[in-house]
Design a protein around this ligand. Sequence first.
Ligand code: ADP
Length: 475
Amino acid sequence: MGPEDHGASLPSAGVVVRSSQIEKMRDPLSAEWNVALGPTPGAEQTADELLYQIDLGLLNEIFDNFLAVVGLPVAVIDLKGKVLASSKWQRLCMDFHRVNPGTLTRCLASDVDLSRQMQEGKDFAIYRCKNGLTDTATRIVVEGRHVANLFIGQFMLAPPDAGYFRAQQEEFGFEAKAYAEALSEIPIVAEDRLPALLRLMGGMAQQIARQSVANIRVRKAYAVVEQQVAERTRELADLNVELQQFAYVASHDMREPLRMISSYLALLERRLGNDLDGECRDFFGFAKDGAKRLDRMILSLLDYSRIGRDSQPQEPVALGEVLDEAIANLGVAIETAQARVARLAPLPIVPGNRDELVRLLQNLIANSVKYRSPDRLPVVTISARREGLFWQLSIADNGVGIAPEHHDRIFGIFQRLHGVDVEGSGIGLAIVKKIVQHHGGHIWVEGEPGVGSTFHFTLPDVSPSAGKGPLEASR
Ligand code: ADP
């Protein structure tokens, strides 16, 4: 078959091309001449940052589908002629025109020429390339910058001029039969359909480019926020360590002058002995009590500052055993108050620091017994249930209860709702809260005055079945 007798069987645009024909087509992206044109966007040293941001993979996919349906190759080509995204191309271009140095020069010159037309401000152009095929192009403008062109091309607007192609075949020494065959695969397109096709593809490419840029912006913004959060967290952690050290050192060092005050008070009292009248004796008494209280407070602060200082909550701890230990430690108080302490469900094993967890339960149960109602014997119940990725433990009592307006306040350092008639330093719940937080959970209280209080706290559940429903929780 010669170039002059293939016109009648040419496919035209809008006709679905046979897949066997597409299979013969070639990928221009990895072609030597394209690679030689410089780095692909995405490579580090890409010239144009905006091009780097376009989702070229997505464009490749759309272009392949366009080719399969419409039968025309599509490509995004940068202003220097490098193909950035593309469907497969016609064999005539890939196996002949772009292989021979003479015709390749013409191909590239055609791309650059068309680019120049676009840069001069045209929205789209239809152009007969220097090797006899027709290309069309439209601009891709991102953020107001013309960064590349979209090409739909490698077709003809009329049956090929046999004389022209034969001359070309002879001039560049192409094998006649193979060249004619490749030429016969070139589709012929009705010119009036082109503007709509270009607008469609150009619009899509533009949209993808914009979307890609928007995505990158969002990602960059996220990265900035994440970095800021990380920095603030680090700063806070440093500050926290500093504060803890300060609290520890300050409270430790404050005890020394306090001891001095107490001992000189005692010395003075002894020296003055019988010279002191009743009122002066009272004054001495108040001063010594104050010093004792201050010492207790300092000790409490020291205690508080030590929580979580040296230990990470890591070892698996059976809360059932922890509860046994806490109850045993409170034996005398429980017995004296004739309190009943009951567990309502098996308690889980959690990662934690055993000593801290004993202290946590012990403080809460001690309070339940201490703040008992004068009208009934104390009953304290301990239960556990699964809540998503956490265990929720609850310690409920039938004591005096706490008014809702104090539910948050009581977890603060030295916050007490009771007077000096009930012994305590007001540090217990602050310590409890710190232990819970050190274990990755949180704590809150419910209840009403006269009815009782329930303290709830959560601890992370790291068992394989974490996050399962409450049914599995008790197994
Ligand atoms: P302390 O018991 O030494 O005063 P806590 O920090 O343990 O200090 O408790 C703070 C305050 O919260 C207590 O003074 C008490 O008024 C109140 N409180 C704590 N637990 C209970 C409870 N189970 N029932 C009623 N009040 C409570």
